[in-house]
Design a protein around this ligand. Structure first.
Ligand code: ATP
Ligand code: MG
Length: 727
């Protein structure tokens, strides 16, 4: 029963069979590192070297853990039970529950999410008389996270590692925060590993227990481990030294989250005599794709360096396609068309992925896929219109469009926090019930009648209601796009995220900008909101295969037949942040991300860039990414896309959120405010039409761009005209 070994090349096989002693597999993308790790797992079990529960296997994502469990089961021919297989966090949490008492928790401790964390930290800071306006708790949270990533408990923070946060009171606050967590029987994410490491360091008997338990340790995506993860692995492995790590320095893309590429060098030092295996055959991608990726990553300095050749039988394949487009809508259209064509010629949707640099980019593609009726999933995140900041902003817009929308009103009345908490809400609800009126009207009444008791709440509510009036008055004069941008600024909503120092905050601000940009494609606020409602309705789970949308970060370790890599423009990819930071370090990490992106493709890689992006009414022209120039010319083929000259005209000269870092804006003023082009051949009542989801039907009424349709199968529906075609 060793045929599973026959599916490996000699180097891979050596890495699988050398089960004892430290081993590091350092190899490029698609060379079978994960396959080696999985096979090694099964091999250890089949050789009787250990029981399933005696192997510790670490993956980077839960998805990877699931896949590894399935693959091990397939090789074993039965489901593997009792495995210690998962992400660092999941495994550490499991260990910590078993010994919680040892560090002053009970085994049912709570794991706080970042909101809880921030709230708790704020309390701690206020108790210490720190001005939390000047020193926002989220900043402190970042500092604490970095200490935890480096394995530093409060007492271990040396002056050299200290931060100047809150005038040097950082460690004091950290200690107080940790005390509060313990008092609440709670942990934050960073604590999971930190506590376990502390435990293993201070309780030799517990460490010994784990030495007996875990005879073998396996680690995937090793290049992205941080220090505390490394310490944990080293503690567990130090006795039997049966640890196998696989990784690729060229795919290290999480340094912003504390990952340390030095862990690779540390490994050789801490485990002297470690075997180093290199794999050089890539089995994933065809030759052109591989050569394009290799050529690109060769521009990075400070690499460990490696050879990579194609190990695929159908090696040559197609060149990497580079498509230049006029704007992002055209880009989304191009991707949609190619996905449809691929599907027609037999590619399963499950084998297609769109990989973006920034989360906001998914919006244009999601809308296109919905329009085409192509099922998709957003991996590692929410669909665009379901993201928290988008739902919040939409709630504000709904209140503008429809003052009686109580649900929307309730969602945003105290977001950002303005002192309109539970008490004020109860008072408003009482008025609404008594008078039988919607909440926003009740709010105004409550102000008049003095039903709101607290002066601070009264003031805040007055200001909010005045805001509502002002923004609503803008609608007929300046239009919904300007209204939206102004509202997001003046309501304090943008500021809320600007002050938020969590790593997700900048992405949320980008999403808000994208939302305003999307609104520009509609004639009215009502039209836009209706579009969103329809898009959301389309979201219901589809059966069968779907194509995947995700960020490049989320794509690590995965592979697809066909990969789209849109938005390769300076300021987007490489990201503006990496450019602002200056220096080669940040840029090299972006280049590694590009390498990860290209190497996800088995057969087809399509890279695209748009010449223009409309940013809140401004057309800005964008410069193609430098990474495009760095791709070896022989491996790529350019397709389509006349580059017309971009003009700029401002429909909105705002500050705040929309104070734009200029990319390259050409002032001209000749550009007309973009009008929605009239749809070719307007629809007529009685006409037969087709809709991707509902099938054939006949138009019974038309109101602006909304159609009432009597579908042959699906019955009566009201839809936007852009969703239906003439039959
Ligand atoms: P990444 O760096 O992207 O994580 P990896 O090194 O982990 O890649 P795998 O995902 O293990 O690579 O393998 C890439 C692809 O090549 C997979 O489809 C795998 O099944 C296939 N593969 C690996 N080794 C072989 C082999 N010896 N023969 C045929 N196919 C192989
Ligand atoms: Mg892998």
């Amino acid at each position: 029963m060793t045929d599973y070994l026959d599916r490996l090349n000699p180097e891979q096989r050596a890495a699988v069979e050398a089960v004892d002693g430290p081993l590091l597999v350092l190899a490029g993308a698609g060379t079978g590192k994960t396959r080696v790790l999985t096979t090694r797992f099964a091999h250890i079990l089949l050789q009787g070297k250990a029981f399933p529960s005696q192997v510790l296997a670490v993956t980077f994502t839960n998805k990877a853990a699931r896949e590894m469990r399935e693959r091990v089961a397939a090789i074993l021919g039965q489901p593997a039970e009792g495995l210690w297989l998962g992400t660092f966090h999941a495994l550490a949490a499991r260990m910590l529950r078993r010994h919680a008492e040892e560090i002053g928790l009970t085994s049912n401790f709570t794991i706080l999410d970042t909101d809880d964390q921030a709230r708790l930290l704020k309390q701690v800071m206020e108790a210490a008389n720190i001005d939390t306006k000047r020193w926002p708790p989220n900043g402190m949270m970042g500092v604490i996270q970095r200490w935890k990533d480096r394995g530093l408990a409060p007492e271990a923070v040396t002056p050299a590692e200290d931060s100047d946060y809150a005038n040097g009171r950082g460690t004091e606050l950290y200690a107080a925060y940790q005390d509060r967590l313990k008092a609440l029987n709670a942990c934050d994410f960073g604590d999971l590993l930190l506590h376990v490491v502390t435990l293993l360091r201070t309780k030799p008997d517990i460490l010994a227990e784990y030495h007996r338990r875990f005879r073998y340790i396996l680690v995937d995506e090793y290049q992205d481990t941080n220090l505390v993860q490394y310490y944990w692995l080293r503690l567990l492995a130090q006795q039997h030294r049966n640890i196998c790590c696989v990784g690729d320095d060229d795919q290290s893309i999480y340094s912003w989250r504390g990952a340390e590429i030095e862990n690779i060098l540390r490994f050789e030092k801490d485990f002297p005599g470690a075997q180093i295996v290199r794999l050089e055959s890539n089995y994933r991608s065809t030759r052109h794709i591989l050569a394009a990726a290799s050529g690109l990553i060769a521009k990075n300095t400070g690499r460990l360096g490696k050879t990579l050749r194609s190990g695929r039988a159908d090696a040559e394949g197609e060149k990497v396609r580079i498509v230049s487009l006029w704007d992002s809508e055209e880009e989304a259209r191009m991707v949609g068309e190619r996905i449809e064509a691929a599907r027609r010629s037999g590619t399963s949707l499950g084998e297609i992925a769109i990989l973006v640099r920034a989360g906001f980019q998914t919006r244009a593609f999601e809308e296109r896929l919905i329009l085409l009726g192509l099922p998709y999933r957003v991996v590692g995140g929410a669909r665009f219109y379901e993201r928290q900041e988008i739902r919040d902003a939409l709630a504000y817009f709904r209140v503008m469009a429809q003052p009686a929308d109580d649900l929307a009103f309730e969602r945003i009345v105290n977001v950002p926090k303005r002192g309109l908490g539970d008490t004020a809400m109860r008072e408003m609800h009482a008025v609404a019930r008594a008078e039988g009126i919607p909440l926003s009207l009740a709010a105004a009444r409550a102000l008049e009648t003095g039903a709101i008791k607290q002066a601070k709440a009264r003031e805040a509510l007055r200001e909010l209601l005045q805001g509502f009036e002002r923004w609503r008055a803008m609608l007929p004069v300046e239009g919904h796009v300007v209204m939206a941008a102004t509202l997001i600024d003046e309501s304090g909503y943008a500021a809320m995220w600007q002050q938020d120092k969590s790593p997700e905050a900048p992405g949320r601000l980008d999403n808000l900008k994208e939302l305003v940009r999307a609104m520009g494609e509609f004639e009215s606020l009502a039209g836009f909101l209706e579009h969103v409602a329809l898009v959301m309705e389309n979201d219901e789970a589809a059966e069968g295969e779907r194509c995947s949308l995700m960020t490049l970060h989320a794509a690590k370790g995965l592979e697809f037949d066909m990969v789209f890599l849109p938005g390769w423009e300076e300021g987007l990819f490489p990201s503006q942040r990496s450019l602002d930071e200056g220096g080669e370090k940040a840029l090299e990490e972006e280049r590694r991300l590009a390498y990860v992106g290209i190497t996800r493709a088995r057969r087809v890689a399509v890279i695209s860039h748009a010449a223009n992006r409309r940013i809140y009414g401004n057309w800005t022209s964008s410069i193609p990414s430098r990474f495009l120039d760095e791709l070896p010319a022989n491996e790529v083929v350019a397709e389509g896309g006349a580059q017309r000259e971009a003009r700029s005209h401002s429909v909105f000269a705002g500050g705040g959120l929309f104070a734009q870092r200029p990319r390259r804006t050409i002032e001209a003023g000749a550009w007309e405010v973009k009008e929605r082009p009239p749809k070719e051949g307007a629809f007529q009542v009685g006409e037969r039409i087709f809709h991707q989801k509902f099938g054939y039907g006949r138009i019974t009424a038309i109101e602006e761009n909304r159609l009432d349709i009597d579908f042959e199968k699906a019955g009566q529906k009201r839809l936007l005209d852009s969703f239906v075609e003439k039959a």
